[in-house]
Design a binder for this molecule. Structure first.
Ligand SMILES: *Cc1c(COP(=O)(O)O)cnc(C)c1O
Length: 345
């Protein structure tokens, strides 16, 4: 092994989709924006379609094109950013369903692609995407006359079940949509876990499929193994790495492995409590994380490891996220292009 190896367990991904699906009585779609949270939307989409997912969501129309090429016809692909200027031809050619976010988008869609399927995104308080109450009041009748396939909104605080924003957005969504005979969707991963009143007709999990919080029962999907380039002895009092942030307190052995912040192992992790595993044995990461290299204290190991594991069932994307002061979503979508990627399942 000469390059770091990222293994993506597609069976684990399918297991997470099935276990989230089992939590609801409604349809479970899958969110594969940002190239399948960095894991390859095509591979992820194929695996989830095989597991039973019939509808996918992407952020932008171009992502929908790549996904369509991978999953073929007969699968629904919806676009969160809606109908953007100049997208009509690809929406049509690749059978993508825009979630219309504004009156402007709605007019553009009806003019450019009359009769082409669309959904509506409503803003229930997040103030990011979607029509506001007043806009919706003005155009609801016209929109409903054109038979939208879905009405959706998005929760701002669903990762915190105690947050009062959840109930507020739920009330607003009911207020805006009750009595309308169109399938509705409010919940992503966090919303599924909030309970059945958040589920409506379709749930749209993303992060939980890939093994991330807040879905704590998720099985891990990614693992990462870093080849050892060199091992050296370090005397007490000698420092390791940029800015001398770590100094050996005892005769030590330090392994240098091939990956760094250019591979998404962001530098801030170095000051947290991350370790690298040799089998079951945890070895501390010492010194700064460099662009392409990480140094690891292997003094307590018997023998010289050929590789060390940074992501595994014990140390997950959430562990790395905590160490770096960020979220699992950012760790996943930052995993770099230099890894040799292997898909299992
Ligand atoms: C990203 C996103 C999702 C999926 O959210 P997760 O927290 O990853 O489950 C669902 N809906 C919208 C509108 C999104 O932007």
């Amino acid at each position: 092994m000469s390059t770091a190896k990222l293994t993506i367990d597609l069976d684990a991904l399918a297991t997470n989709w099935r276990s989230l699906d089992a939590k609801t009585n409604c349809e479970t779609a899958a969110v594969v924006k940002a190239n399948g949270y960095g894991l390859d939307a095509g591979r992820v989409g194929q695996a989830l379609a095989k597991a039973g997912a019939r509808n996918f969501f992407v952020a932008a129309a171009e992502e929908g094109v790549a996904l369509r090429r991978a999953v073929g016809p007969g699968i629904g692909i919806s676009v969160f950013s809606g109908h953007m200027e100049g997208d009509a031809h690809i929406l049509k050619e690749f059978a993508l369903t825009p979630m219309l976010n504004s009156v402007d988008q709605m007019l553009r869609h009806f003019e450019a692609l009359p009769g082409h399927p669309f959904g509506i995104q409503l803003d229930t308080g997040m103030n990011r995407l979607g029509m506001e109450r007043s806009e919706w009041a003005a155009v609801a009748e016209i929109a409903l006359g054109q038979n939208p396939v879905l009405i959706m909104s998005h929760l701002a605080c669903a990762d915190d079940p105690t947050h009062e924003m959840n109930a507020r957005q739920l009330r607003e969504f009911h207020d805006l949509t009750d009595g309308i005979q169109v399938p509705r969707s409010l919940a992503a991963t966090g919303g599924i876990l909030l309970g059945p009143e958040y589920h409506f007709d379709l749930c749209r999990p993303g992060i939980g499929l890939y093994g991330g919080a807040p879905y704590s029962d998720a099985v891990p999907v990614v693992s990462l193994d870093l080849p050892v380039i060199q091992i050296r002895d370090v005397e007490p009092g000698e420092a390791v790495g940029y800015s001398n942030t770590w100094t050996a307190q005892r005769p030590s052995r330090v392994a240098t492995v091939a990956a760094g912040y250019a591979d998404g192992l962001i530098r801030a992790m170095g000051s947290g409590a991350i370790v690298a595993y040799a089998g079951e044995t945890a070895c501390p990461v010492v010194g700064r994380i460099s662009m392409d290299l990480i140094t690891i204290d292997i003094t307590d190991l018997n023998g010289d490891p050929e590789a060390l594991s940074l992501l595994n069932p014990v140390q997950t994307i959430e562990t790395l996220a905590d160490a770096a002061g960020t979220i699992g979503y950012e760790i996943l979508t930052s995993l770099g292009h230099r890894y040799a990627r292997a898909y299992r399942g």
